[in-house]
Write a protein that binds this ligand. Structure first.
Ligand code: ATP
Ligand code: MG
Length: 636
């Protein structure tokens, strides 16, 4: 299944377009199925209804764990590097990981979880997080991982949307020099979550936590009561594997649903090919270090499922790149002789700011492949990564994809595809991108740009948004009938290379995190003193995009009050969503530029936030054109 030359890539691509079913069937056959599928693909993008490997039965953990025991039982599956370099880490072989997953799965069963139940996971980046995820998959429970930085309100919204029965959490988590309470936040969330019957609490920070009789149990205690014998539950290829919430252009996060068969095949295939990962049995397996959090799709697909499905050694890092110092990531690479490093442009840009001192004495010679994900990577960051980390001998794969795509769609294959800084380059086999104009008309040829759509399903595509299929149709399949719409703008250059230019909807990408402007506005508007607000993105040196909020307060504040009010607004946003959604800039205004029909003209606000006030275009259709001058004068 691994492509090894550019010719093979072209041949694979061609086959995947001419006969997608035969192409994917051949790849899927390499996995362990309890029962073979009867039809490889059934689909239409109208409803949408997409089914891969119809009738096939499997369990993804049998493929990620049991399948490797005979050949790789003693090979490290998961290496854990803790937040504090002084703390001893953990290495779990495939045999140990298998055993721990089975035990955790038995704990879930003991606590009433059965196939089809939804389980929320709100955990630090520790092995138990990966184990909890796999334990759910083992017994057919649907996991919904919520990133450990989200607020109680966000957890509650997600739990209620999915009607979760149980939540797995920890007392607290460490991030750099901070200790963060998790159980306390979960307790706040659960005040409004009637469906949760049980809370499993792992000990990490040993901070005092409230333990409610009849509801809360300690993970360590529970594990004492179970054996490591837990047969995997047979799942249909199209049974739900997990829900992962992501922001869109409207207020409420959507529960993106992925299913067992297609997601497994797609994450494994893309992992192996994009990173050119090969682990011959009996030799030291290359160490794959993806720096994302398992709370995001990148962590699901390229820390947990993709690597384990391929029998890889995956590294899980609890900490942050800048603590105890800005050399931490390079220390981890050095210490574990990391071979593949997969990180985000934001991290690279922030580390660039520290100069070369933190890199100087680190042995980075084990590195073979570098990856980038989450946002467009600018040329300067690309070259810094290439020169100083890869020492110009490691191919960089700029991987474009989304929560909804399950795995990477457009990316170089490491060392095979010729790369160009800031280009995600070419579609992977099975992926058929097309650019369309506003009216949905295909833009053909090269040297063009448009809205990026995909015209044919791949195995990892979103199946539905949990509990609201119509929303899935509306968001992704209705804008351009017959196409999956990504929400991204894209350029295809003279060579047919793709470069993603950023979102074309009201979604921001702040440090690689997707945040809907409407979500932030809703949160700001919850502050008592706020009448209305409008949020836009602006270019930010490190975060890629920063959040700029225009706020109408009920009393236009003087300087002193303005500062306090801003702080309160930030606190409100932290409470409602989480610290990642806090605006970088808040400007108080007396009005917002609105059309006569009451629509906020974000285009104007965006330009002002970008500092590009020279040409604001036509403002004559505004209800009150004078407000624009006032906003311009007060711009931050
Ligand atoms: P994660 O959030 O887990 O790191 P992700 O950013 O790939 O993964 P999403 O949070 O769903 O996934 O965000 C997807 C959006 O991120 C895309 O629509 C696009 O705007 C942007 N994006 C992701 N990867 C790239 C890339 N390589 N180049 C440009 N934009 C990217
Ligand atoms: Mg992201």
């Amino acid at each position: 299944m691994r492509i090894q030359t550019y010719d093979q890539y072209q041949a694979a691509y061609q086959k995947s377009v001419e006969d997608p079913e035969a192409f994917w069937a051949e790849i899927a056959q390499e996995f362990q199925w309890r029962k073979p599928w009867t039809k490889t693909l059934q689909w239409n993008f109208e409803e949408p209804s997409i089914k891969w490997f119809v009738g096939g039965k499997l369990n993804i953990t049998e493929n990620c764990l049991d399948r490797h025991l005979a050949t790789r039982g003693d090979q490290p599956a998961l290496i854990w590097e803790p937040n504090d370099p002084a703390e001893t880490g953990v290495t779990l072989t495939y045999r140990m990981l298998h055993e721990q997953v089975c035990r955790m799965a038995n704990v879930l069963k003991r606590n009433g979880v059965v196939k089809g139940d939804r389980v929320c996971i709100y955990m630090p980046m520790v092995p138990e997080l990966a184990i909890a995820v796999l334990a759910c998959a083992r017994i057919g429970a649907i996991h919904s991982v919520v990133f450990g930085g989200f607020s109680a309100q966000s957890i509650a919204d997600r739990i209620n949307d999915a009607q979760c029965k149980l939540i797995i959490t920890a007392d607290g988590s460490y991030r750099g020099n901070k200790e963060i309470s998790l159980k306390g936040t979960v307790d706040d969330a659960l005040i409004g979550c009637p469906t949760v019957e049980r809370v499993i609490v792992m000990t990490r920070t040993r901070t005092p936590v409230a333990m409610l009789k009849g509801r809360d149990v300690w993970m360590e205690q529970e594990l004492k009561h179970v054996t490591s014998d837990c047969p995997a539950v047979e799942m249909d290829a199209e049974d739900m594997l997990f829900i992962l919430y992501t922001s869109g252009s409207t207020g409420k996060p959507k529960g993106v649903v992925h299913t067992c068969g297609g997601y497994m095949v797609y994450t494994a295939y893309t992992f192996q090919n994009v990173f050119q990962y090969e682990a011959p049995v009996g030799e030291r397996a290359p160490v794959h270090f993806c720096t994302a959090d398992i709370g995001w799709i990148t962590g699901h697909s390229y820390i947990v499922y993709g690597p384990l499905a391929c029998g890889a050694t995956t590294l899980l890092f609890e900490g942050v790149p800048t603590w105890p110092d800005a050399g931490r990531m390079w220390d981890v690479v050095d210490k574990h002789q990391v071979n593949v490093l997969y990180t985000a442009p934001t991290a690279i840009r922030s580390l660039m700011g520290f100069g070369l001192d933190p890199v100087k004495d680190k042995d980075l010679s084990s590195l073979k492949v570098l990856g980038s994900v989450g946002e467009p990577i600018n040329e300067e960051a690309w070259h810094w990564y290439d020169d100083n980390i890869g020492k110009n001998r490691c191919p960089i794969v700029d991987t474009w994809w989304q929560t909804e795509t399950g795995g990477i769609l457009i990316s170089p294959l490491a060392g095979i595809t010729h790369t160009k800084p800031s280009y995600a380059t070419l579609p992977l086999p099975g992926v058929q991108p097309i650019l369309v104009d506003e009216n949905g008309k295909e833009i053909e040829g090269n040297g063009v740009s448009g809205n990026l759509c995909i015209k044919f399903p791949w195995p990892g595509i979103i199946r539905t948004t949990y509990g609201d299929h119509e929303r899935c149709r509306q968001t992704y399949f209705a804008t351009y009938p017959g196409l999956y719409f990504t929400g991204d703008g894209c350029l295809r250059d003279e060579d047919g290379y793709y470069r993603i230019t950023g979102r074309v909807d009201d979604v921001l990408n702040v440090s690689g995190h997707r945040i809907g402007t409407a979500e932030v506005e809703n949160a700001i508007n919850m502050h008592t003193g706020v009448v209305e607000s409008a949020v836009v993105g602006y270019p930010h040196d490190i975060k890629g995009q920063g959040i700029y909020a225009y706020v109408i307060a009920d009393q236009f504040p003087d300087d002193h009050d303005a500062d306090l009010t801003k702080r309160d607004i930030l606190a409100t946003v932290s409470r409602v969503i989480g610290p990642i959604a806090k605006p970088d800039k808040i400007q108080f205004v007396s009005g917002l530029p609105k059309t006569r029909s009451g629509k906020i003209m974000r285009r104007i606000l965006r330009k002002i936030a970008e500092g590009d006030t020279g040409n604001l275009g036509d403002t004559s259709t505004l209800l009150d054109p004078a407000v624009v001058d006032e906003i311009k004068a007060g711009a931050l």
